[in-house]
Design a protein around this ligand. Structure first.
Ligand SMILES: C[S@@+](CC[C@H](N)C(=O)[O-])C[C@H]1O[C@@H](n2cnc3c(N)ncnc32)[C@H](O)[C@@H]1O
Length: 257
């Protein structure tokens, strides 16, 4: 993918998703009629999370706030996506290729801390801020990280709220893995990306990795098309956007603020 910037382009919040569904398409029991739930690829995904939802959002069938469900997600994803360590290494390599000094890093939707563990092991880090709305995930991350947890600042915030980045300062790098779709609607992604860019120093890097629409992950309200992220990143003001790993229905992009 070529290098390209947003020169002369007004940073926009162009919706990426298909037209919004009616309530009854999104929720299984609205309007007195039983509607088919969206299909998910994970058999653990049974519970809906009503946290900070609005009527357009696709309900999450997993409750990340429950310790048992957070742990079940971690164990399930390790079995289902054994290539995840390859992504961890690609994140670390991308940081090491760009920076030589110790980095101030923010991870969005940091979950059980596995990416943090890899970055703290392989990269020079001055501060690692792990942001997640789930206290249960932070507890799991502390357990997974062991001694390295002392090098992480855990912040419990919802990245769907307008002020999620308030007071955090600017970062050299923002990382996100399998979490952007947790905005629960593609229409929320532009705001998340714009706020992320605002949280980066000039020349800072976003490493953005999420599932794209393929196989069992078909919901157009949650997942972008395989080739859609560059446009979304460009619209949020990022430049020099490059896909650095594409595997198992997940793609990792590097984008410069
Ligand atoms: C699918 S998990 C991925 C976890 C981690 N990035 C990884 O790949 O191991 C999604 C994570 O995003 C967090 N999350 C979901 N919605 C969020 C929100 N609105 N704000 C902050 N964190 C959120 C969940 O608690 C969970 O830890």
């Amino acid at each position: 993918m070529g290098e390209g910037g947003p020169k002369g382009r007004k940073v926009g919040v162009t919706p990426i998703a298909a037209p919004l569904p009616s309530l009854r398409d999104t929720f299984p029991h609205k309007g007195g009629r039983k509607i088919k739930r969206p299909k998910h690829d994970c058999p653990l995904y049974r519970r809906f999370d009503a946290h900070n939802m609005n009527s357009r959002d696709v309900p999450s069938p997993i409750n990340f706030h429950k310790p048992a469900q957070a742990r079940a997600w971690m164990e399930h994803t390790a079995r289902k996506r054994p290539w995840r360590p390859e992504f961890f290494r690609a994140f670390a390599a991308a940081l090491n290729a760009r920076f030589v000094y110790p980095l101030r890093i923010l991870e969005l939707g940091s979950g059980p801390g596995q990416l943090a563990a890899a970055i703290l092991k392989d990269c020079r880090v001055s501060q690692y801020v792990a942001l997640d709305f789930s206290g249960a995930m932070h507890t799991l991350a502390r357990e997974q990280l062991g001694h390295a947890a002392r090098r992480v600042q855990f912040i419990q915030r919802d990245f769907r709220t307008p002020a999620w980045n308030a007071g955090l300062g600017k970062f050299d790098a923002v990382l996100t893995l399998q979490a952007a779709h947790e905005t629960r609607h593609c229409d929320r992604l532009p705001q998340l990306l714009c706020q992320t860019r605002a949280s980066l120093k000039r020349g800072g890097v976003l490493l953005y990795c999420d599932h794209y629409r393929s196989g069992a992950l078909k919901n157009p309200l949650l997942y972008l098309e395989r080739n859609a992220p560059p446009r979304a990143l460009q619209d949020a003001g990022f430049a020099h956007i490059e896909r650095i790993l594409d595997k198992g229905g997940m793609a990792l992009y590097r984008a410069i603020a």
